[in-house]
Design a protein around this ligand. Structure first.
Ligand SMILES: Nc1ncnc2c1ncn2[C@@H]1O[C@H](COP(=O)(O)OP(=O)(O)OP(=O)(O)O)[C@@H](O)[C@H]1O
Ligand SMILES: [Mg+2]
Length: 481
């Protein structure tokens, strides 16, 4: 009885036979062992479940009707337990219902008792073949994922791979790393990857945005302060250098720090010690410093805006992230990464892109780099009505020339900003099922502004002073006449 099988198996595949009739189990064990499978037996679903983790079967041959736990319940519970074994159900009754039920619950196939030996082997081998294929695809997908990813960073353009290489080599050291690149190219992700790859990865990764704070606040943020050291310094506060002790301190937008702070920073980098603002106690820390900027720091050194000695301290290792337009080959991988991310976030089932969409994405120049692409994909996922993102879900600037006339009232050059805003608000509301808070989040405006506008729209023509309410920011409803 050599059925549909070529040569001896290299590794024995494991089959779990589950049947409450001992005779049936013995018969199956005999047949399948002869065929070179490794067999385990269980008398019901409960017993089978207990064996699952230890035995890790590739296939489970299970009787449908059994005491304690039947075959279909076993199937369900096995899936819950994370088993990907293929199921072949056995039933004593050649009923269509039982077969349909078995297949619908996810069984690969079913056999009718009394069992025909050849049928058992054919069905089993086919089921196993399917499992092998599934596992190969899963492996392949995993490998592709790995190839395109370094930590959470998607893309395998040569310029990016060079960056990954430098990160890997610099990570084990304490060298300061300067990350350069246009806005939105992923500088922060690289800083995080550097920390994750380093032996410090279970110590803190602390980030400070140097452009977000005034000189005084930034100084106390970095070095901490003693009580009453400046107006507003209520209690004593530990600075980020202290918080990052043992770990990594990421100073973002380093090009924006004032000359005074440049000197203070230089001192910490050289002497690894500092005092809190208004304090006298010298504090020693072990911190790996990573900085980033989208400015041309070398040029700022030449013009005297940035201290040369500090620049060399920060620039022990430098990596430059390429702009997205210079590595458009990464766009498809990035798009699919963001589609997956945002369809999950918004609970939408999106299969992929409709024809033409990717083309539109590839023709754009992406001045805002990956951040811009991410925003565009998020927006498209929100707007998308079907299972695929279409060019219509992209911002008008990306859609390119349209073959046919747009519907009246749509976003066309020549419309006023008010009309465009109205279209954006109404369309977004439509997409989020009328939730003003979701729409406000997506559009980046306040709920009050949306509500105010809705009142206006309901009233017909735009109010004569709508330009002024613009200046009032959120234009609260109290301003409506
Ligand atoms: N290669 C990438 N793979 C996946 N996501 C990315 C990639 N590059 C950037 N992103 C995403 O794009 C956004 C912007 O990235 P990030 O904040 O690291 O940019 P940046 O270079 O620090 O920009 P800026 O100079 O404006 O601060 C983030 O949401 C980030 O997750
Ligand atoms: Mg950044």
């Amino acid at each position: 009885m050599t059925v549909g099988k070529t040569g001896p198996r290299a590794t024995k595949e494991r089959i779990l036979v589950v049947d409450d009739e001992q005779n049936a189990r013995v018969a199956l064990r005999t047949i399948l062992s002869e065929e070179g499978y490794e067999i385990a037996e269980a008398a019901d679903g409960e017993e089978a479940l207990a064996l699952l983790a230890g035995f890790a079967p590739a296939a489970i041959l299970a009787d449908v009707r059994m005491p304690r736990m039947d075959g279909l319940t076993l199937l369900k519970r096995a899936r819950e337990a994370g088993s990907d074994a293929v199921f072949v159900m056995m039933t004593a009754f050649a009923s269509v219902e039982a077969a349909v039920e078995a297949m619908r619950s996810g069984a690969e196939n079913y056999l009718v008792k009394p069992l025909d030996v050849n049928a058992v082997l054919v069905v089993l081998e086919k089921a196993l073949e399917k499992l092998r294929l599934q596992r190969d695809t899963a492996n392949l997908r995993e490998r592709v994922r790995e190839r395109y990813r370094f930590h959470n960073i998607v893309g395998d353009a040569p310029e990016l791979q060079a960056v990954y290489e430098v990160v890997k080599r610099a990570a084990p050291t304490k060298a300061t790393v300067l990350i350069l690149g246009e806005s939105g190219t992923g500088k922060e992700l690289i800083a995080q990857a550097l920390h994750e790859e380093s032996p410090r990865h279970d110590k803190p990764f602390i980030k400070v945005n140097c452009a977000a704070l005034s000189e005084t606040l930034l100084e106390s943020e970095l070095f901490g302060h003693e009580k009453g050291s400046f107006t507003g310094a209520i209690g004593r506060k530990e600075g980020r250098f202290e918080l990052a002790d043992g770990g990594t301190l990421f100073l973002d937008e380093i090009g924006d720090i004032s000359p005074t702070l440049q000197i203070k920073l230089l001192r910490v980098l050289q002497q690894k010690e500092f005092e809190r603002v208004g304090g006298t106690q010298t504090i020693k820390v072990d911190v790996r410093v990573v900085t980033a900027t989208n400015r041309d720091l070398a040029a700022e050194v030449k013009t005297g805006k940035f201290r040369e000695d500090l620049y060399y301290r920060l620039n022990v290792v430098a990596v430059t992230l390429p702009p997205l337009r210079a590595r458009k080959g990464d766009i498809p991988a990035l798009v699919s990464h963001f589609v997956e991310k945002y369809s999950k976030a918004y609970g939408k089932e999106i299969r992929g892109l409709a024809p033409g969409t990717l083309n539109a994405l590839l023709s754009h120049d992406w001045p805002g780099n990956v951040r811009e692409l991410e925003n565009v994909v998020e927006r498209a996922v929100v707007l998308c009505k079907g299972p695929e993102l279409t060019a219509d879900d992209l911002p008008p600037t990306l859609r390119g020339p349209r073959p046919r006339e747009r519907a009246p009232g749509a976003l066309i050059p020549g419309a006023t900003l008010y009309e465009i805003e109205r279209e954006a608000i109404l369309r977004t509301l439509e997409m989020v099922g009328g939730s003003t808070s979701r729409a406000a989040e997506i559009l980046g405006i306040s709920v009050r502004k949306i509500q105010y506008r809705l009142k206006e729209y309901a009233g017909g023509a735009p109010p004569a002073d709508h330009a002024e309410t613009e200046g009032a920011g959120d234009g609260g409803p109290e301003r409506a006449e």
